[in-house]
Design a protein around this ligand. Structure first.
Ligand code: BGC
Length: 742
């Protein structure tokens, strides 16, 4: 266990407080403020008191209501949709059922299990993160929450905020990149948006579920300080900003203990240090023991996937034997009720009619804001006078690719194209590549009526080359599918696409590449192509969004939320521990890079990646003019930090720019760390000034000894830049020491 025993912690706290008073350093509280008892708390307590023991236990576990598992219905009410989760409420006390659906990219319907039920399919999490736009994530959360509510769900299993420690992780496409501040702020905004619709959201998967390989058995080793400063910080910020009703604990082990049976994580950090008032639900099939309840788990989800339904008969028995206290049961029940009442799940909310057209509009804008222009030798935006363009590959005649697994949305519009593929391991049944019905070919043809477009699949390289030689310009759509439960072993594009791009670029010097990927990919052909556009998985309006960018209707403004390495040799672990071993092999992983995740790792190791975090080009020219960093004091006379950035558009088009502020200090070993960002829209020649608050935890390190954030006195260099590596105006400050309680 990486946290010390309780009395050691208490002693350390008392000691540090004394020392601080003597030294006169600043002591700041962070995180959630001490919770005052809300009306929801009072109600939760009153209702819980009226429950029988059987009713209490009923709220502590739920099924995955899928008919294959329950051919006889198992008493699941017939109006409950086939979905991820169902927890039966207590009608006599007006306690509602919890009807749970995935997830962060729209109301999921994986494998089209609810026949004919479509929903707005947003771009992938990475695409949303590339917008660097919390307001957009909030709107996305509203879209999903309102549709979930209209479909009869009141819990969204959203809020995926695991950090992209490995660019081969099969679920990175669901998450929000490699930086804790970016991921945490964006996840918090999405959660708040969803919950504004009276739909409870989770934040997940707590914690360090950062690879899919052997996810059920993987033991993650990481020291406490590094964990607090990276993955846990992303959760902490997301919880502060979004106040999710539930936290979903993860499949993996953390330092030897299953994440769903982990007192240090669930009780010490989450419930005590962060004063989290909601409840912890397990991931599906992640509970290994009844005593997980004593570790801090409140609710067992997808119970039929566990070895037994731990929170039913075994829990009753444990209570009878006195090994689980009545107090703990009441606490778990009250936490669940509190989240229900805070979000008014038990009230009748007038059904708001869903404006699917407006949601489609938002989806198109979201995809457009997230598309990243990686290279442009001047071929983009496309010249409307082009006579002939050849589109190759990626099924661009049909649609755009999406990621697979529990988050898979069945999109609105025409029927999607589904290509069966083999997936081994725990989610064999998820082997279906789904192309959203928004064809880039058609969108481009509509946007450029004077140009003749032709399409070839690219499976026959010779045919594609023969066509390429005869046209003005070639656009290759290159795809790489990712699916929950499976990482990819390499960064290469699959199915000979690298060779295809190479051959086409030789055949026609005006060749450009549009990527639809759920992760960074290597680009051995980069020098030979004229432009590269990363469109991620752009969602149900993806074809239109890609056309908006390629034709210049919208100035490219996405920024990479994840570093694109040159090759796997640059990663902390060139091969993924456990990759290729039989399913559920016991494997451990040492996150020796600690809090130096992503761009921080490449900088520390002096490795120059292909494209850095924060990077992205545009069709106009922005200048980062000026940075000022101010120290001031807040209403309680505590020191605070804020940055004022001045940015101008020196080009001829309106466009969005993301100003990024990084810090370098002794703690970062002189390398940069993101402390703030802001996305601004600037018309041609416009200059804007914006102010960012800097969270002091981003300048600090966690001390397990004093159980506090500690910012040493010393020099702090701030820089305003376009990416994690580009130069920009900087400011050097000498700051006093600060200590921050959790
Ligand atoms: C995933 C969760 C998901 C749950 C329910 C699990 O396999 O890890 O993210 O919410 O299934 O579908």
């Amino acid at each position: 266990m990486w946290l010390g025993r309780a009395e050691e912690t208490l002693r350390a706290r008392a000691l540090s407080l004394g020392v601080l008073l003597v030294l006169g350093v600043f002591l700041l509280p962070t995180g959630l403020q001490a919770q005052t008892r809300s009306a929801a708390d009072v109600r939760a307590e009153a209702v819980e008191r009226q429950m029988t023991d059987a009713e209490r236990l009923q709220l502590l576990h739920g099924v995955m209501p899928i008919p294959q598992f329950f051919p006889d219905g198992a008493g699941i009410p017939s109006d409950i949709p086939v979905t991820a989760g169902f927890v039966r409420g207590i009608a006599r006390l007006g306690v509602p059922n919890l009807v749970e659906t995935d997830a962060s990219l729209g109301v999921a319907n994986p494998m089209q299990i609810r026949v004919g039920d479509t929903a707005t399919a947003l771009p992938s999490g990475q695409a949303l993160a590339a917008s660097f736009n919390p307001a957009l994530l909030y709107e996305a959360g509203v879209v999903i929450g309102s549709e979930a509510s209209a479909k009869g769900f009141n819990v969204l299993l959203g809020g995926g905020v695991n950090l992209a420690r490995d660019p081969r992780n099969g679920r990175n496409f669901e998450y929000l990149g490699e930086d804790p501040w970016l991921a945490g702020t964006l996840a918090g905004a999405a959660i708040a948006g969803t919950q504004s619709q009276h739909v409870m959201s989770t934040v997940k998967h707590f914690a360090v579920n950062d690879q899919e390989t052997q996810r059920d058995t993987l033991d993650v080793h990481i020291d406490e300080a590094a964990l607090r400063e990276s993955d846990l910080l992303a959760f902490e910020i997301a919880i502060e900003k979004g106040a999710p009703g539930a936290v979903m604990c993860a499949y993996n082990l953390v330092n030897g203990h299953p994440a769903c049976n982990h007192p240090a994580l669930l009780t010490e950090v989450l419930k005590k240090d962060w004063r989290y008032p909601g409840f912890v639900m397990s991931d599906w099939g992640a509970v290994d023991d009844v005593y997980a309840i004593n570790a801090g788990l409140d609710q067992e989800s997808g119970e039929q996937l566990d070895a037994t339904v731990w929170f039913d008969a075994p829990l009753r028995q444990a209570i009878g034997q006195g090994t689980v206290s009545h107090g703990r049961i009441s606490d778990a029940v009250r936490r669940i009720l509190r989240s229900m009442y805070t979000l008014e799940l038990d009230q009748h909310h007038e059904a708001v009619p869903v404006d699917y057209q407006a949601h489609a509009g938002l989806t198109r804008r979201a995809a457009t804001e997230g598309i990243v222009l990686l290279k442009n030798n001047g071929v983009l935006p496309l010249d409307s006078a082009l006579k002939s363009v050849l589109i190759v590959g990626g099924h661009a005649d049909l649609g755009v690719l999406s990621g697979g697994g529990s988050s898979q949305v069945t999109p609105m519009g025409a029927a999607p194209t589904i290509i069966p593929v083999e997936v081994t391991g725990g989610m064999k049944y998820m082997g279906r590549q789904l192309y959203m019905p928004s064809s880039p070919l058609r969108a481009l043809q509509t946007a450029m009526p004077e140009t003749h477009f032709a399409y070839v699949s690219g499976y026959d390289v010779a045919t594609a080359v023969a066509h390429a030689e005869r046209v003005d310009l070639v656009i290759v759509f290159a795809t790489k599918w990712q699916v929950e439960s499976r990482d990819t072993g390499s960064l290469s594009l699959p199915e000979g696409q690298d060779e295809l791009i190479h051959a086409l670029s030789q055949a026609n010097p005006r060749t450009l590449v549009v990527l639809e990927t759920g992760n960074p990919v290597s680009m051995p052909w980069l020098a030979n192509v004229q432009a590269v556009v990363e469109a991620w998985y752009p969602g149900q309006e993806g074809g239109l969004a890609i056309a908006d960018i390629l034709t210049g209707v919208f100035n490219p403004s996405g920024r990479l939320p994840i570093t694109f390495p040159l090759d796997v040799g640059q990663l902390p672990r060139p091969s993924i521990p456990g990759f290729g071993l039989p399913y559920k092999s016991a494997v451990s992983i040492d996150y020796s890079e600690g809090a130096f995740v992503g761009y921080r790792w490449y900088a520390r190791e002096d490795r120059k990646p292909l494209f850095p975090f924060g990077y992205g080009l545009s069709y106009t020219q922005f200048a980062m003019d000026q940075l000022r960093v101010q120290q001031s004091t807040d209403a309680h006379r505590r020191p605070t930090l804020s940055a004022e950035v001045t940015v101008s558009n020196r080009g001829k088009r309106t466009g969005d720019v993301t100003a990024q502020v990084y810090v370098a200090s002794a703690l970062t070993r002189g390398t940069r760390r993101l402390v703030g960002y802001v996305r601004l829209t600037l018309t041609a020649s416009e200059t804007r000034v914006a102010t960012l608050e800097i969270d002091p935890r981003l300048l600090a390190q966690w001390s397990p000894r004093t159980h506090q954030w500690h910012m040493p006195a010393g020099h702090y260099d701030f820089v305003l830049a376009n990416s994690a590596t580009e130069p920009g105006p900087s400011v050097s400050l000498t700051l006093p020491a600060m200590h921050l309680s959790p």
